[in-house]
Ligand binder design. Structure first.
Ligand code: ZN
Length: 161
């Protein structure tokens, strides 16, 4: 009697986290090649140790987190240099994060406000304990020496005397 063809059994076990609904671990890894498109000047600026914002030519609204078009009037924006120093608007200490940053917890995220700019800039703040943080305290941008071409190329430290 001829034998039916069959696939070989897989010897590696599968980790089951729950039976119903069946929940298993699946490894997922992917490399993206993506364009920063209209945000490109922001990253070129970071590599040159500059913060770049955008402002609306029509209504003059100024964005610390740049955007190509104004969220109020739809007008096209233009780039401008943000100041390197700003003030703490608020902050939070993160005890959990995306997998990439888990090894760095706890870390502090800060919303920085700049004089004459209408929106805030989210970044990492280092070198201060939570007990020493104050709303309104002066902070200044620092830049990584080697660009990673991401927003992680900038972080803030205290600029208080
Ligand atoms: Zn506008």
């Amino acid at each position: 009697m001829p034998t039916e063809p069959k696939l070989p059994e897989i010897q590696r076990g599968t980790e089951v986290f729950a039976v119903d609904p069946l929940t298993i671990r699946a490894h997922f890894e992917v490399d993206y090649i993506h364009s920063y498109k209209q945000d490109t000047p922001l990253f070129h600026g970071l590599a040159k140790r500059k913060l770049m914002g955008s402002h609306c030519k029509k209504c003059k609204y100024r964005y610390a987190t740049p955007r190509s078009h104004c969220m109020y009037c739809g007008g096209k924006t233009e780039w401008f240099d943000l100041p390197i120093e700003g003030r703490v608007h608020s902050w939070t200490v993160c005890y959990f994060a995306a997998e990439e940053f888990l090894k760095e917890v706890p870390f502090t995220l800060v919303l920085v406000e700049f004089a004459g700019v209408n929106t805030l800039f989210l970044s990492r703040l280092i070198g201060l304990e939570q007990k020493d943080m104050k709303v309104g305290m002066k902070v200044k941008a620092k830049f990584r020496r080697k660009a990673t071409w991401s927003v992680r190329d900038v972080y803030f430290v205290s600029a208080e005397e």
